[in-house]
Unconditional design. Structure first.
Length: 182
């Protein structure tokens, strides 16, 4: 059975943090769908400028975690701030944790996970400025290029993408983790 991964994003995602993991997954034979609160397309942010537009495969309000084997969240500053305020996105995230499926997030991509209340007791990393937010949400923040905690994969910045992509693909291949929890 071919694995399917949902990438949850909206306008302002850090372009390389979506395109690089997406390519790594596709190169591993995984089918990838871009899920968003927006309907048709989302616009990337590249360093300090707006960049390309990407087709949305399904609106999050119509998406079902049952249709995917894993969830990936890219960062950027604008993207996660919008996702964390969208109730459908938060419910979509929670469903992956409840179903014990692999979830991966890079950089600021962990912010919606704070609002989904899934970080308590978890070891993870993120962009360094989010350390206090993670700790306040009950997470154990560490400064490492990639952290895997029972199917939950996190990284700090685009500099960590090679390590992040390798672990993310590995976790998707492994599938559900019985100790994955919210």
């Amino acid at each position: 059975m071919k694995k399917r991964v949902a990438i949850l994003a909206t306008d302002g995602f850090e372009e390389i943090e979506l395109t690089s993991p997406k390519k790594a997954l596709e190169d591993a034979g995984v089918e990838v769908g871009i899920i968003s609160p927006k309907k048709d397309s989302i616009k990337a942010w590249d360093n300090d400028n707006w960049s390309d537009t990407y087709k949305v495969d399904k609106q999050v309000s119509e998406a079902n975690a049952n249709d995917y084997h894993s969830l990936m969240l890219p960062g950027g500053v604008l993207n996660p701030d919008q996702l964390r305020q969208d109730k459908d996105s938060i419910e979509f995230i929670k469903a992956f944790f409840k179903q014990k499926k692999p979830v991966s997030a890079i950089c600021h991509g962990i912010q919606p996970l704070i609002d989904a209340d899934v970080l308590n007791g978890r070891k993870l990393t993120s962009y360094p400025s989010l350390q206090r937010d993670v700790e306040n949400a009950g997470g154990n923040w560490v400064d490492q290029e990639v952290v895997v905690d029972e199917g939950f994969t996190t990284s700090r910045t685009p500099d960590d993408l090679d390590a992040f992509n390798a672990k993310m693909v590995e976790e998707v291949r492994e599938g559900k983790h019985e100790l994955q929890h919210a």
